[in-house]
Design a protein around this ligand. Sequence first.
Ligand SMILES: CCCCCCCCCCCC[C@H](C)C(=O)SCCNC(=O)CCNC(=O)[C@H](O)C(C)(C)COP(=O)(O)OP(=O)(O)OC[C@H]1O[C@@H](n2cnc3c(N)ncnc32)[C@H](O)[C@@H]1OP(=O)(O)O
Length: 382
Amino acid sequence: MALLGVKVIELAGLAPAPFCGMILADFGAKVIRVDRTKVFSTLDTQARGKRSVALNLKMPEGVALLRRLCVQSDVVLEPYRKGVMEKLGLGPSELLSENPRLIYARLTGYGQSGCYASAAGHDINYLAMSGLLSQLGRSGEKPYAPLNLVADFAGGGLTCALGIVLALLERTRSGKGQIIDASMVEGAAFTGSFLWKSRRLGIWSRPRGENLLDSGAPFYDTYKTLDGKYLAVGAIETEFYDQLLKGLELDAGELPPQMSFSDWPELKQLFTERFASKTQADWLMIFDGTDACVTPVLSFDQVSSHPHNRERGSFMKDSSGEEFPRPAPILSRTPAEPCLASGPAVGEHTVEVLLDYGYTSAEIDEMLAAGVVQCNTGKAKL
Ligand SMILES: CCCCCCCCCCCC[C@H](C)C(=O)SCCNC(=O)CCNC(=O)[C@H](O)C(C)(C)COP(=O)(O)OP(=O)(O)OC[C@H]1O[C@@H](n2cnc3c(N)ncnc32)[C@H](O)[C@@H]1OP(=O)(O)O
């Protein structure tokens, strides 16, 4: 796997940092999640392939232990509010002076500077601050956040993983680590570069929900079918739009031009009525093999059995039979190999990891007794 041999320390966080760690683990990195002690369950659902160490960072011995783990690692990933790591004596100046090759990734909402840097927030706040949220939503309705996909995951976890991989690549030349300041506001805005750069094309100049790709255009929206299911339509280019009209049995000559904004509401009404006249399966038969850009809106239960996804193996099953998306993209020689076992319990691997990092059994027993670390499986106890 591409990241084989890379050692990552991930301090336990909410959604974005665990996703970042999961990407690295899927592609071969050895990821250790550092959990708190006295916590017996975790909400982390993105922990496959990781090991967990439970460690009390409020004790000086816990801080010293984390420093020692970082000396022997390639990456530390921290998801706390600005200043938390410095307060613990675990800031970049300390850790990089002990390990100049360390990549110190800081994944926050607002970044390490600016007047919001210390403020609490979540995806919706970061998305709002990126400018993107103002563009999302249907006509006449308030802005709408598409789950927490854009800031937490695309702009946050994924962008941070890119930063880590870039820093690892650069380190092969310089031999040096560096600090990554991953702000979800900036990551989300960067993900939305197309919107920024295409504003001058005039495709975003109308109010929210009345533009080309924001559900304004009749040829770029979802439609309900006779059986209460949905279809997604994305027929932008003229030649594809023509095929859409053909499938809908509409005569282009009798309709307003495709790009006549003022006629879009009327056209949309017409498309809505047409799509409502047949079942989803009927429409899929009609559009099958064409370039009309019509696809079913699949539920989570349906995705893996759709012939296209099934042929590519786009979804996998873990050892408990639960489906999940295969890591993307596919590398031809060194593809990801996601772990199929469930994620670790808090502190499940404390002893195992500390032994790996050179602690003796006696030292580990001492730290367990003092509450510096905690081990939560009988079998992993010394
Ligand atoms: C009713 C509840 C239902 C819960 C259901 C939950 C379902 C999950 C759904 C996921 C939702 C995801 C949502 C939508 C998101 O957007 S997640 C993204 C959130 N934002 C970020 O991650 C940005 C960066 N992080 C932050 O801004 C902040 O961490 C935060 C998220 C606002 C949380 O703030 P807060 O809880 O005050 O924590 P922080 O200031 O970061 O400080 C952390 C404190 O914990 C301590 N700590 C850490 N590790 C250890 C350890 N191992 N041992 C002992 N202590 C530890 C740190 O030292 C720090 O302590 P202190 O400095 O406060 O004293």
